[in-house]
Design a protein around this ligand. Structure first.
Ligand code: ADP
Length: 292
């Protein structure tokens, strides 16, 4: 089943246009929604999760009208929100059991089997009796995924799941996400490019409420082939380069500054060609150099 979003718009009462005619067609598999803070990702995620209304537009999941059939969508949905509150004094096992009951798994044996399976999948089984207040950030996120997977959802939304995780926790979280079935639509909203390059077969970039790129990561990188140029400069040369070139990104490297610029042809001036990475695609799109 595909998730189709069509001409979705939302303006908050303070006048912020969080979504402007957003259209996306999302097939089963892992889909990355990439954008800077404030781009509108959470607004879109909450709207798909039936937690808030758009001003205009429509969303369908297979044959289901998402905006009209909220109960139907909620039965198929697993949602890990950006801010995932837990009850610090309750154990993972007890809270997951409680969520499973809320999700409608009323049979006790079936519930305890489901809870045990998800705790094992998320690598929390050994600490299942520990209070959630003592969990690390990564463990809480994995618990969040366990609750999102209750009831075998067909549509899974994870909103900024790796912000605040240390690198090891991030890898573990990625491995967990990559094990979710291929036939399920998984939308991963993030501002971290490597989340998408590690995991997603399709992606979109959203900026200021608009979709500015919808592509497969490998194809998106091909769009930039031969157009990314790299050079190491001194920090003092940065302003001058920023004036003269279309700067994609700058990064400190062993005390010097590595600069990537966009150019249809070799700018000379000591630049050398650089194979495009997804990060180049992302920044070139956000900055408007790459127009698709
Ligand atoms: P992201 O998840 O990409 O960071 P959001 O969807 O949270 O983006 O926010 C998009 C824009 O809408 C931002 O400018 C944000 O400040 C604004 N915004 C989000 N929620 C509200 C709200 N409830 N009321 C007013 N403005 C909001």
């Amino acid at each position: 089943m595909n998730l189709s979003i069509s001409d979705l718009s939302k303006t908050y009462s303070n006048g912020v246009k969080a979504l402007q005619n957003v259209s996306l067609d999302i097939a089963p598999g892992m889909f990355g929604l990439l954008g800077p803070n404030g781009a509108g990702k959470s607004t879109l995620m909450r709207t798909i999760a039936t937690l808030q209304e758009p001003d205009a537009g429509s969303i369908s999941f297979g044959e289901m009208d998402v905006l009209k059939n909220k109960d139907g969508v909620r039965r198929l949905l697993g949602y890990l929100p950006q801010e995932f509150g837990t009850y610090p004094k309750v154990s993972a096992q007890d809270l997951l059991d409680h969520f499973a009951l809320l999700k409608g798994i009323t049979n006790r044996k079936q519930r305890s089997e489901t809870v045990a399976r998800l705790l094992k999948l998320t690598n929390l089984y050994d600490v299942r009796k520990k209070a959630l207040g003592g969990y690390s950030g990564g463990m809480k996120q994995r618990f969040g995924i366990a609750q999102a997977l209750l009831g075998d959802p067909q549509l899974i939304i994870v909103d900024e799941p790796t912000a605040g995780l240390d690198p090891e926790e991030r890898v573990r979280f990625h491995n967990l996400l990559s094990e979710i079935g291929e036939e399920v639509v998984v939308i991963l909203s993030t501002h971290i490019v490597s989340d998408v390059s590690d995991l997603c077969s399709s992606m979109a970039v959203i900026n200021k409420g608009k979709v500015v790129l919808e592509a497969k990561p490998l194809e998106a990188m091909k769009l930039l082939e031969g157009k990314v140029w790299r050079k190491l400069i001194e920090k003092s040369e940065l302003d001058d380069h920023a004036e003269r070139y279309q700067v994609i990104s700058t990064r400190l490297m062993t005390g010097r500054t590595q600069i990537h610029v966009y150019g249809e042809s070799n700018p000379g001036d000591g630049f050398e060609p650089h194979p495009p990475q997804l990060e180049d695609v992302y920044f070139a799109t956000i900055k408007g150099y790459l127009k698709v």
